[in-house]
Design a protein around this ligand. Sequence first.
Ligand code: DC
Length: 223
Amino acid sequence: MTFQIAIDGPAGAGKSTMAKILSKKLQAIYLDTGAMYRTCGLKAINNGIETKDEKALSEMIKNINITISFENNHQQIFLDGKNVNGLIRTPKVSVAASDVSAYKAVRLKMVEMQRDIAKVNNVVMDGRDIGTYVLPDANIKFFLVANINERAKRRFAEMKEKGMNPDMKSIIKDMEYRDKNDSSRDFAPLKQAKDAILIDTTNLNIEQVIKVMLEYINETQII
Ligand code: DC
């Protein structure tokens, strides 16, 4: 039997940080579903497709070739055979990912891949709709939140560390845009599942959040 841990929430709430640590501790793979939508966004940009053109995106998605592999628990994502891990974290791709992910055809294709991976692996999967739509029967679901200033501060530090030249105002603007876009779409929006555990990470450090999550995970006896 495999287990599934779902982590949802808005950008910067700590999902990927916690998912990476938990997956290592629990010997599961960490599937970053945001990277998949980012890759779709990147393909649209590369092909000059308007990210709000549902018809063109639905055509594009029919033939998209996304593959994922895990090297030492690090997800590698390939678009048409090329590793795009280093190309999908820009602000432009973040906004494009949020736009293209609103469309059903795009989501259905990504969700199918996500479920296939979860069928045969222990997974910690993070995203926006994992607990509500992708894995409704996950063994445990978390919904992480934090206030926007704290989330933007974290994203700022992350980008600085990567050698980028971030601007706080545009980080907040992009986050507000994505929060609204991701929660207001018709199909599988960002929403807390009824049975998800809500954790506000605003005033907690990484160790504190992991401790709380592990306490809940231990109660489920999946490990
Ligand atoms: O987690 P992230 O910031 O890398 O995600 C980028 C965008 O992809 C996000 O703004 C919305 C979309 N997304 C989604 O709609 N569903 C998911 N399961 C994951 C991400």
